[in-house]
Design a protein around this ligand. Sequence first.
Ligand SMILES: Nc1ncnc2c1ncn2[C@@H]1O[C@H](COP(=O)(O)OP(=O)(O)OP(=O)(O)O)[C@@H](O)[C@H]1O
Length: 282
Amino acid sequence: MSATSDAVTRPGEPPEVLFLDRVAGSVGGRAIWSEVSLRVRAGEFVAVLGPNGVGKSTLLKALLGLSPVTSGRIRVLGGRPGQHNSRIGYLPQRRAFDPTTRVRGADIVRLGWDGDRWGTPLPDRLSGARGRNARDRVREVIRLVGAESYADQPIGQCSGGEQQRLLIAQALIRRPELLILDEPLDSLDVTNQASVSALIQSVCRSQNVAVLLVAHDVNPILPYLDQVIYLARGGAVMGTPEDVITAETLTMLYGTPIEVLRDRAGRLVVVGQPDSRPDHRP
Ligand SMILES: Nc1ncnc2c1ncn2[C@@H]1O[C@H](COP(=O)(O)OP(=O)(O)OP(=O)(O)O)[C@@H](O)[C@H]1O
């Protein structure tokens, strides 16, 4: 993979949010990917794609300083990974809330305001300007994601799509410059995948926030994406979906014949992609 040029942002260009140059990462002392070079700018919507186990979640964690980078140069919001996490909204992989969870959606959103202080939310204990600011911002992001009608219900009684909107609101509450979403569309039905994808793009544009989203299926987000990063064990390719999701590029990346088919509805199907999990290897 070629190195990304370290040129400064030119006048009129959106500011750089992420810069990786030939970066390698590891999990538990085992090299997981290497030679990953990419650049993401403010307001870009970027998908991270690749087979199961290739290290997509690990890449997101490396950007947050939660997983080691073993070589290469990396800048996250102009600093080292972990340095500016308060300017990043992160939605990790998750399962749905248990239906018996009584905490209101709005209180789940509010947890994002209080940073890392997870626990029982006590929103009404805060008084004065700080409490008012928090309450106003909670309502503002709830409006932004279109969750007003169910935000005061117990989150366990919200649908998967409603829960996901509330969690996106939580990730947005501190006005992040980078939103990192790990498989936010998994476990949603097709209609909700489409509406949550449209919501994410609208947030990306209206708030000028860069979005990095891990997906197993690119199709729901394909109409909205600026760039994709395809990960493989040997590295990554980044570019527009039209340039990257092609038989030629993916065959080169994986070193094995890959076909990219388009069905009558325009959906892309990648055929022949190797599974990356060591225990699934022949
Ligand atoms: N805490 C850990 N300890 C040891 N190995 C781990 C740990 N977390 C992940 N791994 C391994 O690291 C590899 C990359 O995992 P990661 O979750 O980043 O992949 P992924 O591409 O996001 O996978 P998926 O698409 O299945 O979610 C996998 O082989 C996984 O089993």
